[in-house]
Design a protein. Structure first.
Length: 80
């Protein structure tokens, strides 16, 4: 089945550069923006893939939190 990122077509080496048209400067900024969303919200991500910007629509799903709570997630992790 796959998570929202996979369903939207996001690939392993894609770099997220914008969310809903707003430039993302760092992973923390992106994660903070996602945490303000709810499951089933749709967002548009612009990713950099092989030198080209591509827009992808992502429908968020409920994440798998460590503590019982409802959070939105797209199924990816940040590079360290």
């Amino acid at each position: 089945m796959g998570g929202p990122a996979k369903k939207a077509g996001i690939l392993v080496d894609d770099v997220i550069v914008k969310m809903n048209g707003k430039v993302i400067e760092d992973p923390g900024e992106f994660l903070a923006a996602i945490h303000h969303k709810m499951p089933k919200d749709a967002i548009t991500l612009t990713v950099l893939r092989e030198g080209n910007e591509i827009e992808l629509k992502v429908v968020l799903e409920a994440g798998q939190p460590r503590q019982p709570q409802r959070i939105a997630a797209i199924g990816f992790s940040t590079a360290s």
